[in-house]
Design a protein around this ligand. Structure first.
Ligand SMILES: [Zn+2]
Length: 65
């Protein structure tokens, strides 16, 4: 189970050279996930980060009966 915790802009100079894991463009955002109690960081570009930010809302709706 992977839960999106937060999305933060890339500020670290070292991270600015990393690529989006989705489309391989330069990553500008870091998504922080909670995976079974462990924190996982994934880097995304501006476009792809919007795609992962949306499902969080639909997941919340699913939880309600
Ligand atoms: Zn991307």
């Amino acid at each position: 189970m992977k839960t999106l915790v937060s999305i933060e802009p890339v500020t670290n100079e070292r991270d600015k050279k990393k690529f989006c894991i989705d489309c391989a463009n330069i990553a500008t955002q870091i998504a922080v996930f909670d995976v079974g109690g462990a924190t996982k960081l994934e880097k995304y570009c501006d476009v792809c980060v919007k795609h992962i930010a949306k499902p969080r809302n639909s997941m919340k709706k699913k939880d309600k009966p």
